[in-house]
Design a protein around this ligand. Structure first.
Ligand code: HPA
Ligand SMILES: [Zn+2]
Length: 348
């Protein structure tokens, strides 16, 4: 295995774009581009509080997570029919294929839609059909993860889970997202225990803006298999040791962290330090339509800003396969493709 490939640094950007990778932290509602928001608003007769695509895009200036979430939920209000959910997911998957994503584990926020009277069936059927068609037409493996909104109650999460159970074969796990501060993971301990009993995979956003204590409780109270973001882990040595020992993956999103002011700029992002500490970190886009880039933009920009190397690229791609919930046989096939791309780019 090419653990430490030697690649001409001038070829690193092309390699980052060409290498196969898994995307494990993408909110499908965050892939809704302003152009599609306006198209769907027109199709559905929804009035938007913005005059144009440009006016909407110019409102994308955020100071923290909550300032983003307010506009993100407003954008999602144009989604009404199964076809809307299908079109949104198909657009993301088409774009992901271009970035050499071979596996996408896609978050969706059903409560954002059911609260507006859209049925769970409409949401899941549209998204799942897009995943199936993308797999058949483009060869990308795609699966859905249902996220509970943590600013709502655990009772609401239980009701959401009940509504989703008739479609259990169409999503592989559950997550926890939305406003982190003031909504610690343990608020959802019982509903995650039920999900575990149902055989669902479990992930949670923790340590994006919140403290390391939230990462501990995601692990202990929710028994999650991955931490979404988790960049605050480096503040706690014992936590880093545990994450490294247990190979708990962190789904890191550099452009998101920059746009939501988690780090003052990309040069100060701690991705490289997370890898150097032996953590199973990965690179992802989070909400690409809002944060200025899809997964390859995240790779290109964070590598340029922090001076990471081809060895880091190899580690990040291989971590993404290791951390995915895909069948082991698929992971082996993607690792073989990774090796072959790296040998094409390696200096002779
Ligand atoms: O980065 C995020 N954090 C929390 N909730 C979210 N919902 C979409 N993106 C995010
Ligand atoms: Zn996220």
């Amino acid at each position: 295995m090419l653990a430490s490939p030697s690649v001409d640094p001038a070829r690193l950007p092309a390699l980052l774009q060409a290498m196969p990778k898994a995307e494990l932290h993408i909110h499908i509602e965050g892939s809704l581009e302003p152009e599609l928001i306006f198209q769907l608003a027109e199709r559905n007769g929804v009035r938007l509080p913005y005059a144009s695509v440009e006016a909407l895009r110019s409102a994308y200036a955020f100071s923290n997570l909550q300032s983003f979430l307010d506009i993100y939920y407003a954008g999602a209000s144009v989604l009404l029919t199964e076809q809307d959910f299908y079109d949104m997911a198909r657009a993301y998957l088409r774009r992901a294929v271009r970035d050499k994503v071979v596996r996408a584990e896609i978050f969706f926020d059903p409560q954002t839609h059911t609260a507006r009277g859209v049925s769970m069936e409409t949401v899941i059927r549209g998204l799942h059909r897009a995943c199936e068609d993308a797999q058949r037409e483009w060869g990308i493996s795609a699966a859905l993860i249902l996220c509970f909104l943590r600013h709502l109650s655990e009772e609401d999460a239980f009701a959401t889970l009940e509504q989703a159970l008739p479609f259990q074969g169409q999503f592989i796990g559950v997550g926890l997202d939305s406003s982190e501060l003031g909504h610690p993971p343990e608020k959802f301990e019982r509903v995650f225990a039920r999900c575990r009993a149902l055989g669902l995979h479990r992930v949670a956003h923790a340590g994006e803006e919140g403290p390391p204590a939230y990462i501990w409780s995601a692990l202990d109270a929710l028994q999650v298999e991955r931490i979404d973001h988790g960049v605050q882990a480096l503040k706690d040595e014992a936590l880093v040791a545990r994450l490294a020992r247990e190979r708990v993956a962190l789904t890191v999103c550099p452009l998101s962290n920059q746009k939501l002011c988690v780090f003052p700029d990309l040069a100060q992002h701690n991705l490289r330090a997370l890898l150097d500490a032996g953590l199973c970190a990965t690179v992802n886009s989070d909400d690409p339509a809002y944060f200025g880039g899809y997964i390859n933009d995240n790779f290109l920009q964070v590598f340029a800003a922090t001076g990471m190397t081809a060895a880091h690229a190899w580690q990040l791609a291989s971590n993404s396969f290791e951390a995915s919930f895909a069948p082991e046989a698929d992971k082996r096939a993607w690792m073989a493709r990774l090796e072959s791309v790296f040998s094409d780019y390696s200096a002779l």
